[in-house]
Design a protein around this ligand. Structure first.
Ligand code: ZN
Ligand code: ZN
Ligand code: ZN
Length: 368
């Protein structure tokens, strides 16, 4: 799509300007979200070096194995390519393309082996992480990115609505996780990232490893799942109970978490700090007497990465702006008993308020 290609070129122009502003020499991006953001090239990481070299003079070249050149050409037709054969030195090739002096910024998730190889090929250069250049760009989503996040969030919402119709009691967490993965795909996800199914006391561990526990009547179950469509990621959590009614404390804790999330939404607006959203959610849980059981930050940015800037955590004074997208996900975790978390993805709209991209019902749903 020509419009999409134009936006990649425009992003590279802005990244090059940022390199000049910081007096950096070049940006070196191995496979990952920054590479996709600036070139539209999505490829798995492997031991063969693929690297976008963006010099601060604006020239961009993809260094890749020769046999992968056709694939790079389809993804990023307008970019120059430098290809290496199996016996060539790809690091020397990258170094020869870094023409400007100054610090070299490498992808935050670049493998250590590549970083060490590049440091040898570019001696006497200072190295930094690419997010110093890319985070300011990637944090503010354009309209097409917000739309992609809305579509993937709504796909996750539909998967959630459908899992409520399936039986829980008598089945294992793993079986529910397999169902969730299948539902995400059937609702349009191209990739399933994770399916956390944390039942009963397992719910007190926020990142519980979905396992063989058999779910029983009376259980509270935390469902946290997501994946990707067109590169953009979903991440939603709802907490349900199995059987006629949730226990009275379970219902009470769920109400507190809901109010904490509402307070987070109210605080999340243009001009507010990231930490103020965390503070607003945390205050509700503190005042209800559960403060020491809310054991993680309130949220994280989301886009091409499942977790990215801005992080909604105490100490982060970053100011929220239109186009920023992040989770608001307070939780209460009672060791040995149960946990409750509610998570949506929200966007700061042009009018300055936070709009949920997830629309799935927030109630403490009953499953059978
Ligand atoms: Zn998490
Ligand atoms: Zn999540
Ligand atoms: Zn999350």
């Amino acid at each position: 799509m020509p419009s999409e290609r134009a936006s990649f070129a425009e992003r590279r122009t802005r990244a090059a300007a940022k390199l000049r502003e910081r007096d950096f020499g070049a940006l070196l991006l191995s496979p990952g979200a920054d590479l996709f953001y600036l070139a539209g090239y999505q490829i798995f990481a492997s031991e063969r070096l693929t690297c976008l070299v963006l010099d601060r003079d604006g020239t961009a070249t993809i260094v890749c194995p020769a046999f992968e050149a056709p694939r790079a050409a389809v993804a990023s037709p307008e970019l120059a390519r430098a290809t290496w054969e199996e016996t060539d030195d790809p690091y020397a090739m990258v170094a020869s393309l870094v023409r400007s002096s100054g610090t070299v910024a490498v992808a935050d998730q670049m493998w250590a082996a590549f970083v060490l190889g590049l440091q040898q090929a570019l001696p006497r250069r200072a190295f930094a992480v690419a997010s110093e250049i890319t985070r300011g760009l990637r944090m503010r989503k354009d309209a097409a990115e917000v739309e992609a996040l809305r579509l993937v969030s709504e796909s996750a919402d539909r998967a959630y609505a459908r899992i409520l119709e399936r039986p829980f009691a008598g089945r294992t967490e793993r079986e529910i996780g397999v169902d969730l993965a299948e539902l995400l795909r059937s609702e349009g996800h191209e990739e399933v990232g994770f399916t956390i199914v944390a039942s009963g006391a397992n719910g007190a561990s926020p990142h519980h490893d979905t396992g063989d526990r058999r779910i029983a009547e009376g259980d509270t179950v935390v469902l946290d799942f997501g994946g990707a469509m067109r590169g953009y990621r979903s991440d939603i959590t709802r907490t349900v109970h199995v059987g006629k009614s949730g226990g009275s404390e379970e219902q009470k804790v769920h109400d507190v978490v809901r109010r904490a999330q509402d307070a987070g939404y109210a605080a999340a607006r243009k001009g507010a700090s990231a930490e103020s959203v965390d503070g607003a959610s945390r205050r509700v849980i503190d005042e209800a007497g559960y403060g020491r059981f809310f054991i993680h930050r309130t949220g994280h940015g989301i886009g091409l990465d499942g977790h990215e800037h801005p992080y909604l955590v105490r100490g982060n004074r970053e100011i929220l702006e239109p186009g920023m997208t992040f989770s608001i996900e307070p939780g209460i975790y009672l060791p040995g008993r149960f946990g409750v978390r509610i998570e949506d993805i929200a966007v700061i709209d042009n009018d300055g308020s936070a709009r949920p991209l997830n629309r799935a019902d927030h109630a403490f749903a009953t499953v059978s």
